[in-house]
Design a protein around this ligand. Sequence first.
Ligand code: AMP
Length: 283
Amino acid sequence: MEIVETQAQAKAIIRSWKGQKFSIGLVPTMGYLHEGHASLIRLARADNERVAVSVFVNPTQFAPGEDLASYPRDFERDRELCQSLGVDLIFHPQPVEMYPPGYATYVEAPSLSVNLCGRSRPTHFRGVLTVVLKLFALLGPDRAYFGLKDAQQFFIIKRMVEDLGLDLAMIPGPTVREPDGLALSSRNVYLSPAERSAALVLQRALRAAERLLRAGERRSDLILAEMRRIVVAETLARLDYAEIVETRGLSLIPQVTGQALVAIAVFFGKTRLIDNFLWEAEA
Ligand code: AMP
């Protein structure tokens, strides 16, 4: 396994892989890897001759006042996990390597960033799209792997790939959860024991929404009212949003038809957790 910090070093390795016609799978991450990341790396390992993982806490996707400085980091552990999963290359740049002084170019999909996390984090997806496009340009993957835990992120990047005509396949991976249902997240380490228990409210709200949908309810406002009621009842939780959108334009839908994303974000103290499920209309 090679570990490089500069774009020049990464480029040299990629050039040699491309020279040998190796297929390349890329798993972009912010590090502090857990089983969610590992599941994506395993998918990439199964599909590709070479697997690259980026470990980069991308400053441009954090707004002032968010947790950029405190975001958990443990590169030694990440390195060991990648090694055990058969990763071929870790790209681990410093921020200045990705954004040197005078850096000027950003990618945006404003209409897809209005709802869900885009509403509470208005500059977030601009940072995500920018860094992901830079990683795609540098590492030239045939396939890129993203978790559906961050479903809005997946759909926005997929649209960027389509709109810009990038020659790569976007592969989604299912959300990996703790045994009690809490979605794995690097940010779960921020939770106090009481907040960790309270965090199950995301699951409770989503399962309630799913039950209503299964029972035939299609009115978004009624489904969302039930989700909000469940979150409000949890004293340690503060609802950021509960929304239902269609998965192409990511716009709010009053009636659930076709493929819909039911998503929720909740604060526990300063820690904000997200979760969702995809609803597919029955044939
Ligand atoms: P992050 O390091 O949080 O930026 O996440 C890197 C990638 O791992 C993204 O594609 C995430 O969607 C994915 N990911 C994070 N948590 C999970 C999870 N619990 N299950 C599946 N994928 C995940």
